[in-house]
Ligand binder design. Structure first.
Ligand code: ADE
Length: 222
């Protein structure tokens, strides 16, 4: 899959995609991440990407011309499944959305700034990563791309681990433990050392339900 991220602050996210699992996914050819500097698509001396809003509203608006030029240049090369705009006003990003976007071939993510974009720009999805306002959409784009790329088959070596994540079945994951089995008298639950697979599965489900009931009861309402 390919993700094209359009931003006025490429340096803010370049490092993120150049390390750990995101880098490995690209090195293995499982994901291509391309970051585009929106200012490269301006044509004026000052490389302006924003302007005053019509109507006398406060704040600045992302101009249509550089965004359209950038998106058209990308679309001239290939078809895109979605053109996503990151905004706190958008639909809330969640695991089912990440799952479905990970099936896409090509995605554009436009990082929002200022008061938003000129509304004539053709966006297919407006997505928020939560009910709080960030200084710009770059972190939101990085969060979404990370959640989408990590579930592409082969990106995480132990595929089962992506499938057993919290939220994959609307339940939080069960707690996990590692060695030592007894640390200063704090013991790992006996069942996990029993080797009894069926009983361990049963324990895992029960723990998932308990943790979800306690921490995220809203997930159980579905
Ligand atoms: N830009 C600013 N805040 C945001 C948010 N919560 N989600 C997505 N984009 C944003």
């Amino acid at each position: 899959m390919r993700i094209d991220i359009i931003t006025v602050l490429p340096e803010m996210i370049e490092g993120f995609f150049n390390c750990s699992i995101m880098k490995r996914a690209q090195d293995k050819g499982l994901a291509e991440i391309h970051i585009h500097n929106l200012r490269d698509y301006t044509e004026d001396k000052y490389r302006r990407v924003d302007d005053y809003p019509f109507g006398g509203f406060a704040g600045m608006v992302m101009k249509i011309e550089p965004i359209e030029r950038c998106i058209n240049a990308l679309k001239a090369e290939r078809d895109y499944d979605e053109v996503i705009f990151t905004t706190p006003d958008g639909e809330q990003f969640n695991q089912p959305m990440a799952n479905s976007l990970s099936l896409a071939q090509n995605l554009i993510i436009l990082c929002g700034h200022f008061k938003g974009i000129d509304y004539r720009i053709l966006i297919t999805k407006e997505i928020s990563i939560g009910d709080y306002v960030l200084t710009g959409g770059e972190l939101a784009a990085a969060v979404m791309a990370d959640a989408i790329v990590r579930i592409i088959p082969g990106v995480i070596s132990d595929e089962q681990s992506a499938l057993s994540d919290s939220f994959q079945d609307n339940l939080l994951a069960a707690p996990v433990y590692t060695r030592p089995a007894d640390y200063k008298g704090w013991k790992v639950p006996d069942i996990l050392l029993s080797g009894h697979e069926a009983k361990i599965k049963e324990w895992e489900l029960q723990q998932s339900l308990e943790r979800t009931k306690k921490l995220r009861p809203d997930l159980l309402e579905d």
